[in-house]
Design a protein around this ligand. Sequence first.
Ligand code: 9D3
Length: 231
Amino acid sequence: MRVDVLTIFPDMFPGPLGGGVVGRALEQGLLTVVAHDLRDYTDDRHRQVDDIPFGGGPGMVFKPEPLVRAVRAFRAEDPAARVILLSPQGRRFDQSVARELANESHLVLICGRYQGVDERAREEIGEELSIGDYVLSGGELAAMVVVETVARLVPGTLGSHESLSEETFTDRGFEPPLYTRPASFEGREVPEVLRSGHHAAIERWRREQSEERMRRRRPDMVRDGATAGGI
Ligand code: 9D3
């Protein structure tokens, strides 16, 4: 999979994507992430990407020309590219959206900044994703969240193996309590069942524990089932 990221802060990439599962996918060539400087798509001496909002109001807005020029260049190069604006008003990104995007061969992620993006550029882009209801300063961290989540699902990565081989309660999201050595830590013991060697009993205990946690902490996931959380 190829991911192009359009940003006024290309130096933020690969950033944390350079380590872990995604870093390995990058090294192995399973995934390519290229960050592009939006200012390279300007045509004025000051490489200006923003301007004041018509009608007044605080802050600045991304001008349409550099964004539209960049999007048309990416689409001309690859008509199959899925072009997405990271935006607080977008469709909520979740694991099922990640699975959908993992089927694509080419993503173009556009990072907003300032107060937002000129409406005509938004329309040209066509698709918007938000990673949740909280305020970030821009789309870059959101783009990294999307890349990290999608990359884990690309065939050949460690994350994709995990999700294929372990189709138990963990694919609904909640881990049961996990323990490693020592068996006794500061007087707190590992539950006896986990040390019993009784695999059916262990499996039953883990399922009960994970379902109980989900009921207590994420009743929305229990009610809506795999369609809501679905991780
Ligand atoms: C505080 C300003 N907001 C009220 C008018 C608008 C606003 C504009 C731009 C709020 C945040 C941003 C920058 N955020 C993103 O570009 C962003 C984002 C986010 O803030 N939260 C969750 N997902 C995303 S994806 C992109």
